[in-house]
Design a protein around this ligand. Sequence first.
Ligand SMILES: Cc1cc2nc3c(=O)[nH]c(=O)nc-3n(C[C@H](O)[C@H](O)[C@H](O)COP(=O)(O)O)c2cc1C
Length: 185
Amino acid sequence: MSVRVLALVGSLRAGSHNRQLAEAAVKHAPEGVEVVIYEGLGEVPFYNEDIDVEGAVPAAAAALREAAGQADAFLLFSPEYNGTLTAVLKNAIDWLSRPYGAGAFTGKPAAVVGTAYGQFGGVWAQDEARKALGVAGATVLAEAKLSIPGSVVRFAELHPQDDAEVAEQLPAVVAQLAEATAVAA
Ligand SMILES: Cc1cc2nc3c(=O)[nH]c(=O)nc-3n(C[C@H](O)[C@H](O)[C@H](O)COP(=O)(O)O)c2cc1C
């Protein structure tokens, strides 16, 4: 049975380079690993304890929790907005962090990669995402990382799946996640 890695992409725009990076992870997934991009983060309402009520959770948030529950590991694709992670990604983390102590991240491996326009490739945002994931209960693979700078220029003509560095380094991150699921099992 293959390891199922759920990819959460922190940008909603159609031409998102982080989305394309996630597509590269799907394409270059090592044997025995299935990377699935979660569709629908844009429909998930802002987290609000008043609507996080058992039996009445909004459908989009319930669907996210369901998909996360079926995942063995998580790979977050984080751009950087104003020096930190995007609201879309943080909102997903918040929904998956509850019920407290029993959210879908609990005890499962997670890693964060991403690309941004700046010269550091969004490292601030990705570090913040790791911090939030850890607090939310995931086993964060701090060393499994990839931050690609200059997204707008680098991927203007080139899809990340055809980028040699991505094709080499991204599957290594996915492989580390898969190995970590074996340890956690
Ligand atoms: C609101 C906003 C804030 C941004 N802030 C940063 C930033 O702090 N650091 C950075 O490297 N790029 C920043 N950028 C540029 C993004 O890195 C760039 O638009 C990137 O391509 C977004 O990811 P995407 O292609 O997946 O949508 C910002 C872009 C927007 C729209």
